[in-house]
Design a protein around this ligand. Structure first.
Ligand SMILES: Nc1nc2c(ncn2[C@@H]2O[C@H](COP(=O)(O)OP(=O)(O)OP(=O)(O)O)[C@@H](O)[C@H]2O)c(=O)[nH]1
Ligand SMILES: [Zn+2]
Length: 348
């Protein structure tokens, strides 16, 4: 974080958050945004600068990017409702989720135009972005190393005509400038994409670090990145906020169906015209999806991606449902034990 204290507006304060405050909140508490999350405390930035806050007993689940209220004793009072949230399944657990980052406006889905380029991977990230309620933008890097950049760009655009798709050389200053509209004052952005596609290069250039790293990224720089304290929230040279949490890179598909159906809107729409409401779009008669594939209006690849993601989701959904039924069973057990002890007390 730069030495200058950013203004609230710069930090991403919006009417959406303002509306959640009562008069009492404003007089009794201070407002801040979380920039680091630790086991027993959070580091926040407010109009007073950077502060470390302790949790109260009623420790709610807080994550980087959250807005919260705190008292004079530097204790968290409560966090405000989020506008968007990235979460993932906690490692080692099929059921609980881990909060990654909240209140992001735009997520940059980065894919390089060489070996990493994969429409299915992009679709996967699009689904994640939509589940998180975050606007996606596609950045296709290494355009300088690719001969058919335009045709690949078109393939991505065909996934969704409303999608913003850029091809660029992440090392080129002019190309970085084209991203400025997304990085303005008050905007929070984040990056997603597999290893080596140019995320760090983009991040460093957007942060205005190019003067420090003119000779490109050296091998030992990646080590250096890890030894410096990791601030998840950084102010970019033109005022926007960059959310740079390591967890964003290992995101997995959640359990809601909405992300998939939005990402594959044309299939969702076609499916409504299938003769059978539970059509699997295989060999059923009257399948509108198969008809569109045969007519060349829908790529077969799209249907495969769609089905694959739906299957993954069903799997995630099942584990959540299992968890719920377990919780219910536990609830029943507790109730019956309580009833039994009541009955016992009553002398039955
Ligand atoms: N020619 C060219 N090289 C690029 C471009 N973008 C990134 N690179 C190079 O690709 C390599 C990997 O880039 P990084 O920015 O480290 O990739 P990353 O996505 O951060 O990778 P991880 O840190 O592993 O997640 C570096 O050597 C960059 O200089 C580009 O648009 N054009
Ligand atoms: Zn069908």
């Amino acid at each position: 974080m730069s030495s200058q204290i950013p203004t609230f507006q710069q930090l991403g304060w919006k009417p959406f958050f303002q509306q959640q405050l009562s008069l009492e909140d404003l007089t009794d508490y201070s407002v801040a945004r979380v920039i680091e999350h630790h086991r027993d405390r959070v580091v926040v930035i407010s109009e007073q600068g950077q502060q470390s806050l302790t949790f109260t007993v009623n420790d709610e689940k807080i994550c980087v990017g959250d807005w919260l209220l705190f008292d004079d004793q530097l204790r968290v009072h409560r966090s405000l409702e989020r506008q968007s949230l990235f979460e993932r399944k906690a490692p080692g657990s099929k059921v609980s989720t881990q909060l990654i980052a909240s209140n992001i406006d735009t997520v940059m889905i980065v894919s390089s135009l060489n070996h990493d380029f994969s429409l299915s991977r992009i679709e996967r990230y699009l689904t994640l972005a939509r589940e998180a309620m975050v606007e996606p933008v596609i950045l296709l890097t290494k355009a300088d190393l690719c001969e058919d950049a335009d045709s690949k760009r078109e393939q991505v655009q065909e996934l969704d005509s409303m999608l913003e798709v850029h091809t660029l050389n992440a090392l080129d200053e002019q190309d970085i400038k084209s991203l400025e509209p997304y990085c303005r004052n008050g905007k929070t952005i984040a990056f997603m994409g597999s290893s080596g596609v140019g995320k760090s290069t983009l991040v460093n250039n957007l942060l205005g670090f190019e003067s420090q790293q003119t000779s490109g990224i050296r091998e030992d720089d990646s080590k250096g990145r890890h030894t410096t304290t990791h601030r998840a929230l950084k102010v970019m040279s033109n005022g926007g906020i960059l959310m740079d949490t390591p967890g964003m890179r290992e995101l997995q598909l959640g359990s809601s169906e909405q992300g998939v159906s939005e990402t594959f809107a044309e299939i969702t729409e076609l499916a409504q015209q299938c003769r059978f409401s539970d059509c699997s779009h295989g060999s059923e008669p009257g399948c509108a999806v198969q008809r569109a594939i045969k007519a060349g209006e829908l790529a077969e690849r799209r249907l495969h991606s769609y089905q694959k993601l739906l299957k993954e989701q069903a799997l995630n959904g099942a584990t959540l449902a299992e968890k719920r039924s377990k919780d219910k069973a536990l609830g029943k057990l507790i109730n019956s034990t309580q009833n039994a002890s009541k009955q016992f007390k009553k002398g039955y």
